[in-house]
Design a protein around this ligand. Structure first.
Ligand code: ADP
Ligand code: ASP
Ligand code: MG
Length: 405
């Protein structure tokens, strides 16, 4: 029998009515002839509340203990959903990440899945059960609970789908699919019917929250088709899969934005490769992801180095820089009042003038650009944070991505 993995996000299980609706959808899928594994997130804003709770106790909670705390959110939803399915008269079992065989590395709060041991899930499916697996969590080689970073249930679902060779991984959320921009920022954004892994990975990495980037990466590696769709409607959503097109007419597929970044500038550091290597290797050793990087030499001996990190990594990044700096007289600046706006599209590779059009769109709205970075299929601009909604709308309009086009 074919297996379907369905992932339900926090808003999909927020309250008894919604949990019952999810239970019904799962049972309907079983009745349609599938074996179902459901991966579930914590309800509503539970994870945010748990983080606040930790902050009220300590400014620097140990990451291992954060994982111990955060993993409880998902445990509430799996048990409640299992109860709702049981109430519909269908056999069901809920499993934590560890019970479900989600093995990770030991990087607490940002762990990566190393392997999914699907034996237990398979055994439960064979017994005729619907299997509910807690998203976002796993277990390390030292038997400690780990979590996969915000939005990590998407990755649990895709990894489980890959391990079980599922027909599809359905991601149920609070929007109808992947849009040309966040529909909360651009109300007339258009739903995309189909998108390739490469473009989706860029969109997700550049701030389109709808899928965790790591989930797209895992899907691409194992060739798992993802169907992003709404929990609240029966409509077909967006299929994320390998897309091969000979020629692209559209240069830009979507606009993404990220207002959760911080810009760090090291002013007047020595102009040598040793410092560059040291800064970025020590940040990497702390699992801090560095994004845009600009180096501007002032003269032969000194240079300014600017880069961006996620805002939650700011304190740790500054501490790492301070350690490297020792008693040398650099100036370190940190600006959180920034946001990154990006245009994404595989068609950019063959259509010149895309970056120029983006700069024009921003110029028309008097939006200054502080840092630019590009890849073959994206252009990103760092801009003042208060202007990011306007910037997203301007770019979206410039590339005629609206509904009806
Ligand atoms: P879930 O709790 O179901 O995992 P998320 O909040 O993580 O849901 O992701 C869904 C949200 O992603 C949507 O409500 C939407 O505001 C946001 N989003 C950002 N960019 C996009 C996009 N391009 N297409 C669809 N949704 C997007
Ligand atoms: N509950 C976790 C979060 O809020 C994981 C997820 O929702 O995917 O980030
Ligand atoms: Mg999510």
């Amino acid at each position: 029998m074919a297996i379907i993995v369905q992932k339900y996000g926090g808003s999909s299980v927020d309250g008894p009515e919604r949990i019952r609706a999810v239970a019904q959808r799962i049972v309907n899928t079983v009745k349609a002839g599938y074996e179902v594994v459901a991966v579930v997130s914590a309800q509503g804003k539970t994870t945010d509340s748990l983080i606040e709770m930790a902050k009220s106790i300590s400014k620097t909670p140990p990451k291992r203990e954060m994982d111990m705390l955060l993993s409880t959110g998902e445990q509430i939803s799996i048990s409640l959903l299992a109860m709702a399915i049981d109430a519909l008269g269908h056999p069901v079992v809920s499993l934590t990440g560890a019970q479900g065989g989600i093995m990770t590395d030991e990087h607490h709060t940002k762990a990566r899945i190393r392997k999914v041991d699907g034996a237990r899930i398979r055994a439960e499916l064979e017994r005729g059960c619907v299997v509910i697996v807690a998203g976002f969590q796993g277990v390390s080689a030292t038997n400690d609970i780990t979590t996969l970073g915000r939005g990590g249930s998407d990755t649990t679902a895709v990894a489980v789908a890959a391990a079980l060779d599922a027909e599809v991984c359905e991601i149920y959320t609070d929007v109808e699919g992947v849009f040309t921009a966040d529909p909360r920022l651009v109300p007339n954004a258009r739903k995309v019917t189909e998108v390739g892994y490469g473009e989706m990975l860029e969109m997700a990495s550049l701030g389109a929250m709808v899928l965790q980037p790591r989930a797209v990466e895992v899907a691409a590696i194992y060739g798992v088709p993802i169907h992003v769709r709404s929990s609240f409607s029966p409509h077909r959503g967006t299929i994320v899969k390998e897309v091969r097109e000979v020629e692209r007419v559209v240069s830009v597929t979507g606009v993404a934005s990220d207002d959760n970044c911080a810009k760090i500038t090291l002013v007047g550091i020595p102009n040598d490769m040793d410092i560059l290597c040291q800064v970025f290797s020590e940040l990497a050793a702390e699992s801090i992801n560095v994004d845009m990087i600009v180096q501007a030499s002032k003269d032969e001996s000194t240079t300014d180095l600017t880069f961006t990190v996620a805002r939650e990594d700011k304190v740790q990044a500054l501490a790492t820089i301070a350690r490297i700096q020792g008693n040398r007289s650099w100036t370190v600046l940190c600006d959180e009042n920034v946001a990154k706006v990006s245009i994404v599209g595989a068609g950019m590779m063959t259509n010149p003038g895309v970056a120029a059009a983006m700069f024009e769109a921003l110029k028309e709205k008097n939006i200054p650009v502080q840092v630019v970075s590009t890849s073959e299929i994206k252009v990103s601009c760092l801009i003042p944070r208060e202007l990011y909604k306007q910037a997203v709308q301007a770019c979206h309009h410039k590339f005629q991505l609206e509904n009806g086009n």
